[in-house]
Design a protein around this ligand. Structure first.
Ligand SMILES: *Cc1c(COP(=O)(O)O)cnc(C)c1O
Length: 375
């Protein structure tokens, strides 16, 4: 069976986790600080704040952006449901924006039409690792006084206009779930170059506490903590951070390998007339967190039939990125809402296997199966 994805973990990660356990410091401590410093340096941001996952990263980003009950936040419907859930958790209302058919990234013209007196922020998702046009959204946000938040859950190691995702704006949220490009089991990170955001994010992730456990532990003078505002427990553990440090060291290799496999797919599947493959314009560098292919209207089989026939040949596939507005959880909020480009992209696309290391014979099995079903 060829799986859809596999985390790239080895003995180095296992040893690092073991060393963290044996060190006696298991929750947020020295390994979390080291992971944050290395992550910030890698993406080219001043600061990084580690949290428990990307959903909590987005929640904190919305709070420090000043999003409050009754506000509106523009985001795509074609994304992981966590993007919109975080908006609801912050007390605000997600307003769903259309995507561009070529990239599945948010359509800036449509976003502008959705801006109202209640709009406070935009969450820009880099779809399955492919950067969205950050400058266009920075410009839109600046003109309307909105806060831009990047949902870069899938985009670690991707680049926009020659610089890593994480360095372009002041609230960029990453995920280290095993389905993403590097993993800590679960985990998240927020990068920022704004000092005030940095301090408030650190406060909020740890109960609103004025000093952290490590400061208390290492201080030679008696210090008492204060609780400056009601916060959360959104900490990452040192065990996870130890794994994250190893994964970060492998990131460039993992991205290069993913891109090689993607190039191979492009070369072998590019001639199939009923398929649209991912494309990468000048200035947009993707980590290929997923490889999504779209079945055009002239395809000889339906999407579901294609997926079943791949499964019959021992090849896993998944539906393309979901649409939030058609889920039961959003039924009431989105009654009557229609997003034709989003719906078409979701209903006609599938994700095919891509992981590291992926043997050539497995890539060939995927390629031959698709050719035999579609040609
Ligand atoms: C995976 C994902 C999330 C949620 O990340 P977690 O770390 O699992 O909370 C949010 N947004 C997008 C776009 C994702 O792909």
């Amino acid at each position: 069976m060829i799986p859809i994805a596999k985390p790239f973990l080895a003995k180095e990660e296992a040893d690092a986790a073991s060393a963290a356990v044996l060190s006696g410091w298991v929750t947020q401590g020295p390994k979390v600080s080291e992971f944050e410093e290395k992550f910030a340096a890698y993406v080219g941001a001043k600061y990084a704040v580690a949290v428990s996952n990307c959903t909590t990263a987005l929640h904190l980003a919305l709070i420090v952006a000043g999003v409050k009950r009754g506000d509106e936040v523009i985001c795509p419907s074609m994304t992981h449901i966590a993007t919109a859930n975080a908006v609801l958790h912050a007390g605000a209302v997600p307003v769903f924006c259309e995507v561009i058919p070529e990239t599945y990234n948010m359509n800036v013209q449509h976003a502008e039409k959705l801006v109202s007196a209640k709009t406070k922020a935009i969450i820009l998702v880099h779809q399955i690792g492919l950067p969205a046009d950050i400058d266009a959204f920075r410009n839109l946000s600046a003109r309307h006084g909105l806060q831009l938040i990047e949902d870069a859950a899938c985009a670690v190691g991707s680049e926009y206009k020659g610089r890593k995702i994480g360095s372009h704006s002041d609230l960029v949220c990453f995920s280290f779930h095993p389905r993403k490009v590097i993993t800590t089991g679960d985990g998240g990170m927020i990068t920022t170059s704004d000092e005030r955001y940095y301090h408030r994010l650190r406060l909020l992730r740890q109960h609103g506490m004025s000093v952290n456990d490590r400061q208390r532990h290492t201080s030679l003078q008696l210090i008492f903590e204060e609780y400056l505002e009601p916060g959360y427990n959104y900490r990452l553990t040192d065990i996870q951070a130890a794994v994250g440090i190893c994964q970060l060291g492998r990131l460039d290799y993992i991205v290069a390998e993913r891109r090689k496999t993607a190039r191979y797919y492009q070369e072998k599947l590019g001639h199939i007339p009923c398929l649209a493959l991912p494309s990468e314009k000048e200035g947009y560098f993707t980590n290929f967190q997923s490889y999504s292919i779209l079945l055009k209207d002239n395809a000889p089989v339906s999407r579901d039939e294609l997926m079943q026939r791949l499964l019959d040949k021992g090849i896993a596939s998944r539906r393309g990125v979901m649409t939030i507005h058609r889920e039961k959880a959003y039924g009431e909020l989105c009654r009557g809402l229609s997003l034709p480009v989003t719906e078409h992209a979701c209903d006609r696309s599938i994700i095919i296997p891509l992981y590291v290391p992926m043997e050539k014979k497995d890539m060939d099995a995927v390629v031959h199966a698709l050719i035999s079903i579609l040609c």
